[in-house]
Design a protein around this ligand. Sequence first.
Ligand code: SF4
Ligand code: SF4
Ligand SMILES: [Zn+2]
Length: 267
Amino acid sequence: MEIKVLEKDHSNLRLLVKGIDVQFMNTLRRIVLSEVPCMAIDEVVVIENSSVLQDEFIAHRLGLIPLKTNLDDYNLPEECQCKSEFGCNLCRVTLTLDAEAKEETRTVYSGELVSENPDIVPVKDNIPIIKLAKGQKLKLEAYARLGKGKSHAKWQAVSLCTYKYFPKIEIIEKNCNNCGKCVEICPRKVLAKSNGKVEVRDLMACTLCQDCVEICPKEPSAIKVEWEENSFIFNLESTGALTPEKAMKDALDRLDSQLKKIEKQIR
Ligand code: SF4
Ligand code: SF4
Ligand SMILES: [Zn+2]
């Protein structure tokens, strides 16, 4: 297998993976989406709520706020040695909120949640939770824990995890009359005209939609769009709970340990 990092920043990872089959890519995608844990608020004790929203509605909103996660310091509740339904310091984090609209209507944001662990906080401070009218209050205690995307989407550490075949585009010059129809129709601006000739400008952006092939007036088409059988472009976008590298590494570790379990059983 050959891997090349095409793009990497604090929330995105784009890889070119060569020499594997589609089943492996799909396994990796599914593990990233459903098995890599992250923190999310799972229980809320509402102490005071004089807003117009019901407690359940607010709890649901809180659950969907992505929290920065440190996988090394916390256990999944089902694997924690405390075996307690209330959790302990190794499997639960408490966040509190005490908000009031004293002067006028105001929005309460995620940045007002106070966490007992400064490492486990909302990924952004400006996620709206609720609007309070003058005189309204919201006071609560929320408990976050690790969970997996297969139980609830709030525990999905990534907002996007996809792969596509690596495209191959060929323009058959002797058939092409340079009419430019393929350039105009391409929704991803993959093709461009340069010095009167059609050329591939951004191969990676191609979605293999075949619109350019269908619009070509030549018979057979003067443009061919195919894909490389065992080469893929893999995209991962983190919610901010984990870095994209950490999400990927955790997925690979989990795949490795699943395979070792199978190996043990068939020995
Ligand atoms: S549509 Fe066909 S003939 Fe026209 S420029 Fe594109 S490849 Fe050439
Ligand atoms: S297959 Fe679709 S995305 Fe790719 S070059 Fe043709 S029109 Fe553009
Ligand atoms: Zn515990």
